[in-house]
Design a protein around this ligand. Sequence first.
Ligand SMILES: [Fe+2]
Ligand SMILES: [Fe+2]
Length: 386
Amino acid sequence: MVNESAVRIVIIRDTGTGMAQDSLLFYSKRGARFGQLNRTLQRHFNLFLITDPTEIDGFQKRTVAAALVDSGGTGAAAGDVIAHLRALPNGSDIVIGLLRDKDAVVGGSVSGPDRADTEINGDLPVAAMLAGFWSAYERRDSLAWNALDRDSRKALVTAKEAFDVLANLPTDESDPAFARALFSSAATRLSQVANTPRTSLMLEQLRGHHNYTFSHSTKVAVLLSGFGAEIGLGPGEQRILAEAGLLHDTGKLQIPMEVLGKPSSLTDAEYEIMKTHAALGGDSLRELYPDMPEIMITARHHHEKLDGSGYPDGLKGIEINEVALLAAVVDIFSALTDKRDYKDPLPAAKAFEIMRPLAGNHVEGRLLTEFEAYVQDTRLVREAAA
Ligand SMILES: [Fe+2]
Ligand SMILES: [Fe+2]
């Protein structure tokens, strides 16, 4: 059986709000003004719009991860709203952004224990507004990492370092804001995934064997789980995707360095050796992850093609599991936009130009279209911040 999987992906965009993993409260009396901001936030959070501070009391039993408080309009003083938020059971952990118009005087006390974590200039484009907020949110996740055991924390910090290295490459895709937006939305998922001894061990081994494969796998994990959230998968499925992404190329642990690390194109014979990484990875992961079939499936089948010309099993069309189809799209995009010794990274737009003709015969067309929309959205965030 090659198509067994607990994750059932319906390849239709789900616009419901239940998809995001964390809840964000947005207090504002001027909803219409922040339409674009709302849409962006909805991609990352379960968003609740409130116009009255007393509505916050209704969230006693629900964990709120973040809040934005708009100090403009004719609403309650921002300080009072923040005080309400801080009074929630996990109030001190909530990442609060205070949205203020340039030069505006903010009513109420916004200092002391009731202060916001970050102030946001409400006159800026959405991405610029969110840049500071994302850093504050990422800091919160970093603090959460301190609670992990030593090995898990190490694996996670290593993964983040690899991502930062990727993010800092001097290329079109190198903007730290772009990376931060991606990483912030994926940090929780990655931390949950890395918090298992078997996965952190695999990551360490992969890093020791071949640093590029490690970095590439981190990028695939971030994009794959972020994209999963985008198409409406729940938190549990996003975690599976993150783990599947981290481990999809672990078969390369068994590929000799003279092939894996060769700084130029591979010969036909070397390419045949390289191709064995899919089956090798699938075999070892089947034993390590008997409880998570998607991990094995992704490793074994991320190089299958719809028309049956892929490897290792030459599966066709619906024989290929949806998770593997998803991973194939993300894997190709990542490889094209990665920098290697022997090639420059391609800008995202160019990568999609190359990928579009693959729809239907190689990759699944609707997934590719949806993935392009997801990346372009994230890039919008980046470009507006620049
Ligand atoms: Fe691969
Ligand atoms: Fe890969």
